[in-house]
Design a protein around this ligand. Sequence first.
Ligand SMILES: NC(=O)c1ccc[n+]([C@@H]2O[C@H](COP(=O)([O-])OP(=O)(O)OC[C@H]3O[C@@H](n4cnc5c(N)ncnc54)[C@H](O)[C@@H]3O)[C@@H](O)[C@H]2O)c1
Length: 405
Amino acid sequence: MRIAVLGGDGFVGWPTALHLSNLGHDVHIVDNLSRRWIDTELGVQSLTPMDSIQERCRIWHQETGRRIHFHLLNLATEYERLKVWLAEERPDAVIHFAEQRAAPYSMKTDRHKVYTVNNNTNATHNLLAALVETGIDAHLVHLGTMGVYGYSSVGAPIPEGYLDVDIDTPTGKKSQQILYPTRPGSVYHMTKSLDQILFQFYAQNDGLRITDLHQGIVWGTHTDQTRRHEQLINRFDYDGDYGTVLNRFLIQAAIGYPLTVHGTGGQTRAFIHIQDSVRCIELALKDAPQAGERVRIFNQMTETHRVRDLAEMIAKLTGSDIANLPNPRKEAAENDLIVNNDQFIALGLQPITLAEGLLSEVVDVAKKYAHRIDRSRVPAVSAWTKDIAQRVEHDPEGKRLRSVS
Ligand SMILES: NC(=O)c1ccc[n+]([C@@H]2O[C@H](COP(=O)([O-])OP(=O)(O)OC[C@H]3O[C@@H](n4cnc5c(N)ncnc54)[C@H](O)[C@@H]3O)[C@@H](O)[C@H]2O)c1
């Protein structure tokens, strides 16, 4: 298949592009490299040294003889170029990772909120409109997030996209299936909730074939392909905005930084290893919906964990300390989370779990590149409201000079 990987320079997009190229697909990466620019804005860098995207593609060709093509294009602002590009390349499938994906970044300031909404909503809508206009019948696979559902304790498993409801009507009860209600907890999650509605409309109105993958928090860094050469290494974020919880604990453990637990650590989250993430995308591609079918929604996660349990497990494994800090987010102190993932299991996914020994691989990678870490960028300081900002902890290590008078 000819596959367009939008956002293919990113943390999940790059290993997905390699995985699909390795399977023999003709892979085209489209990316505006905004994520690299955000590194510069924040004054951080990937823990792992990342080459330019062109260099990465060159090394892949040298290693395997396969070509991955790169196209520099902004999906959110270059609609006409996107249309021309689609019409010329005519992909069989489009995988859409190209959004601003950090909740803390989306909550930093009003400018970051506006950027995240403009970028994500326009990127998704431009893509949908361009597919209709060019008449390209590509299977669109989008990376959404489990976070659209919020983290309140419902007590029942979160189904794969749709909820059966009974509605009281004047003539009695009627059963219906509705999109499972969203309750986004950040501007970023809000954009992913808006994406769902855009997909619902274009599937129903234009017969676009769409799969929306509601992904858990991705952990790990290597896949079978990124291990093949030092210069194929994946990006790996450790900072307070883009670093995600489990990877951050592992990195903190590797550099002797206290594991930063926010609030009671009673938040329960869904997780998936990066190797399973790329495998799920392969499985979803093989199982495309028909035109006229409703959006196919999968929960792309393999296990759930409470944050404080993860911290305790990693502290035990590595001898690290735990620092309980005020929570910069506005969220429930404690929540349960039960998630159905029957569809991927039925398609043959064999989940990699935290127990598989890959935790220490991440610690080893972090130790190898520890010299690239700026410790002052580790704390998560982006606050959800101005009130919360007053109590955010900027110095969990207690290193700042203090007055002695
Ligand atoms: N990483 C996770 O834990 C996680 C969890 C759940 C869902 N997801 C979803 O998976 C997708 C990929 O996540 P990631 O961790 O790889 O993110 P990432 O930030 O590493 O990669 C996103 C890529 O998209 C590109 N991009 C952004 N806006 C663009 C635009 N307007 N035009 C062209 N390119 C653009 C960026 O330059 C970047 O290379 C995201 O949509 C995210 O919401 C990620």
